[in-house]
Design a protein around this ligand. Structure first.
Ligand code: ZN
Length: 268
């Protein structure tokens, strides 16, 4: 499932190709995504200039003259840059034609992705309750510690809660907790201020490193058929049998239904 670095990478690739272009046509093939695609989107977006493409949390937001196109990749959503007249395949949901020759095509096998149009971004139901960006100054250890008060959830659940901080999913939560030497199943209110200092720094470091990895492995749509956003990178614990720091066997527990790797030697 794409997390902040993957969405950032897709955004950067889209920026290079689609910013300042005019949407010639928005074409719906299969409206059935997590939310059914609103039939008014083609009218709302026709001939609108794409002024800016920017990530907010795990959302890709097209800033148009009259409003915003808000796209989520869900679990398996892929954006492809294609030449006009390429025939559709199974699980293609919509096209955004960005000139007479090129289009962006959204394919989503598991249909957890979505696309919405809204006149205002910050009032949209998907956006309005989102927490701060983890790479912004608003996301500090003071802020996170404050949010942990009176919550009985684990520290892993706290940092994966999009209303507290956006963009962090299972992979980057797991990696950040290893780097911070904190076990994922600790109750968030039990962590010290110092542990929050280290955790916030680790989250920022892990995300920045992953964005860099995405940027270097996929800086653009390499060829017109390729999608972007899914890149392999060097993880230290997520999905691994051995801890990437000390080499000991890893443990895997389930927290809120998600598998959570940790190292008994490195994490307390
Ligand atoms: Zn270890």
């Amino acid at each position: 499932m794409p997390e902040l670095p993957e969405v950032e990478t897709v955004c950067n690739a889209l920026k290079n190709r689609a910013e300042s272009r005019i949407i010639k046509e928005f074409k719906i093939y299969n409206p059935n995504l997590r939310w059914v695609i609103n039939r008014k989107i083609p009218d709302k977006t026709a001939n609108q200039k794409i002024n800016l493409i920017k990530r907010r949390g795990k959302y890709i937001v097209f800033h148009l003259d009259n409003g915003y196109l808000i796209i989520h990749l869900g679990m398996t959503g892929i954006m492809r840059l294609l030449k006009m007249n390429v025939s559709t395949v199974k699980h293609d949901h919509f096209d955004i034609n960005i000139n007479d020759k090129l289009l962006l095509r959204f394919n989503d096998v598991r249909k957890f992705g979505s696309v919405h149009w809204s006149e205002s971004m910050n009032q949209h139901f998907l956006i309005k309750n989102l927490g701060p960006e983890p790479l912004s100054e608003d996301f500090s250890s003071e802020y996170l510690k404050e949010k942990s008060k009176k919550r009985k959830i684990t520290i892993k659940d706290l940092i994966m809660n999009q209303q507290i901080v956006v963009g962090i999913g299972n992979i980057y939560a797991t990696e950040s907790l290893l780097l911070s030497k904190i076990r994922p199943n600790r109750r968030c209110y039990n962590l010290t201020k110092k542990e929050y200092d280290i955790l916030v720094k680790s989250i920022k470091r892990v995300l920045k490193k992953a964005i860099k990895a995405g940027g270097t492995s996929i800086s653009d749509f390499k060829n017109l058929d390729g999608g972007v956003g899914y890149f392999s990178q060097k993880l230290k614990i997520y999905g691994l049998d051995e801890c990437g720091i000390c080499g000991e066997k890893t443990y895997n527990i389930t927290i809120a239904g998600r598998s959570s790797y940790y190292c008994k030697k490195c994490q307390r």
